[in-house]
Design a protein around this ligand. Structure first.
Ligand code: ATP
Ligand code: MG
Length: 195
């Protein structure tokens, strides 16, 4: 599961846990982007190092959840296809890319080398809102036809939260794991006025 994790929140860990259980995955790697290709990190964002610290804190209680700095160490713009290639070369040959609604909807339009991505990994998709499900189903069928993607739509409870909302509303204790909320407070991240 890749993301900016600015900050990581309960929706990320909950989605990953449901996908892991539904598909019987051994591990879920949480991979913070170095530079996201499709969005500018807003003013007042955490630094890359802080985003990594927070992901480490989020995964610590779970033996199946692993932090990976593969994109940060590679540097530059982070493209998922490069990450999947690198993981493949390291011997991960049964990969599942976990994405939320927004990422599946933009997959064939905005991502680099989507055809190669679906050759390197299956996709597991989690709705970010229950209303997303019909449109996700249609999109999955289209991508399966168009590029022979293997896509599992995971039917699980949804948390309709985003990092943007966490930053804007400053609702850290409610929406991020306690050690992440404590880290945000201690480092005075996302003070009033953050986008
Ligand atoms: P931002 O608002 O800053 O874009 P975000 O909440 O969308 O943050 P990202 O780091 O951009 O979080 O997302 C990483 C991955 O997690 C993406 O595939 C995204 O679709 C997915 N995701 C994010 N929030 C949720 C959620 N509440 N439920 C399920 N998947 C989610
Ligand atoms: Mg997002």
């Amino acid at each position: 599961m890749g993301g900016t994790f600015n900050p990581p929140h309960n929706g990320h860990i909950l989605a990953a846990e449901h996908v892991r259980q539904a598909l019987g995955l051994d591990r879920v790697l949480f991979i913070p982007t170095n530079l996201p290709p499709h969005k500018r990190l807003p003013d007042g964002s955490a630094t890359t190092e802080q985003r990594c610290d927070m992901v480490r804190l989020m995964v610590a209680p779970y033996d199946w959840a692993v932090f990976s700095d593969i994109e940060v160490r590679r540097g530059g713009a982070s493209y998922t296809v490069d990450t999947l290639r690198a993981l493949h070369q390291k011997g991960y040959d049964n990969l599942t890319l976990i994405v939320g609604t927004d990422m599946l909807m933009s997959f064939d339009r905005c991502w680099r080398a989507p055809e190669e991505i679906v050759r390197l990994a299956d996709l597991a998709v989690v709705a970010r809102d229950t209303h997303d499900r019909p449109v996700l189903r249609r999109k999955a069928i289209l991508l399966e036809k168009k590029m022979h993607a293997h896509i599992s739509l995971i039917d699980c409870p949804v948390l309709t939260i985003s990092s943007t909302e966490v930053r804007r509303r400053g609702i850290f204790e409610e929406m991020t794991p306690p050690p992440v909320a404590a880290y945000i407070r201690k480092n005075r991240l996302y003070q009033k006025g953050s986008e």
